[in-house]
Design a protein around this ligand. Structure first.
Ligand code: ATP
Length: 229
């Protein structure tokens, strides 16, 4: 295993344990256990409102819950974002600061923008521009590339493929496969057809609990009302 962020040589294991979250009387997460290891891409699927985003926010540490235990290699890491080189997170909403150029945003994340955009000549040509001047899909593509190239052991992606055209989704899937040599990746995205073949393990979040999908994930996704046919 190659170097995985400031944590040094892996493998490393990120575990979130006993995560419970309620809004009023609605229990959104009920005792969730999740495990991601460097060298793995783990998928998280679930119906709208099932709690995928709040789970990622909780693992990252952006949403505090009293019961949440997040561990790295068995040692408590709460909030995870405070540990150097441990984790980065792409929220469902735009990440990049509106006032900075893409190149400046890359510098903030300590990523070489030229290196991160190798293979995407159109994107490279736009690095001097800011997010407000570019299309939504272009900005999303750069956000995903920057977090994949950043030197952290784990990356959490909330709808990374949103708005990105198919040819670039395919390219990103390949780059994710390469990045998992040095990272653990957790991805939630409704583009299940792209997500399923990419993942080493896939979980379905249903009624507050995580279930790992087995050999016939599409059948299970139909059973739980995520897929129609
Ligand atoms: N601040 C909040 N106050 C009250 N309820 C909230 C709050 N944030 C989230 N929720 C509720 O928690 C539930 C889970 O939301 P979340 O955004 O995690 O869903 P999701 O699985 O990511 O959905 P989607 O697939 O639509 O993105 C939803 O029912 C949502 O309305």
């Amino acid at each position: 295993m190659r170097r995985a962020g400031a944590l040094g040589a892996g493998p490393h294991v990120l575990e979130a344990d006993g995560i419970r979250l309620a809004f009023g009387t609605r229990q959104v997460l009920a005792d969730v256990y999740l495990r991601v290891q460097t060298g793995q891409i783990v998928g998280l699927l679930g119906r709208n409102g099932s709690g995928k985003s709040v789970l990622l926010q909780t693992v990252f540490g952006a949403r505090a819950t009293p019961d949440a235990s997040v561990r790295v290699n068995g040692r408590r890491a709460v909030p995870a974002f405070a540990q150097p080189g441990l984790i980065n997170y792409l929220p469902q909403v735009p990440l990049l600061p509106p006032g900075a150029s893409l190149r400046q945003a890359a510098r903030l994340l300590r990523v070489d923008a030229e290196q991160a955009t190798a293979g995407f000549p159109e994107l490279r040509a736009q690095l001097g521009q800011g997010p407000g001047e570019l299309s939504g899909g272009t900005v999303r593509l750069l956000e995903v590339l920057l977090l994949l190239h950043a030197d952290t052991a784990f990356s959490l992606f909330d709808e990374p493929f949103s708005g990105i055209m198919p040819v670039h989704v395919e390219a990103l899937a390949l780059i994710m496969q390469q990045a998992k040599q040095r990272k653990g990746i957790l991805i939630t995205d409704h583009r299940y057809a792209e997500v399923l073949p990419l993942c080493d393990a896939v979980y379905l979040l249903h009624q507050g609990r995580l279930r790992q999908l087995g050999a016939d994930p599409r059948a299970e996704l139909r059973d739980y009302g995520y897929l129609a046919t």
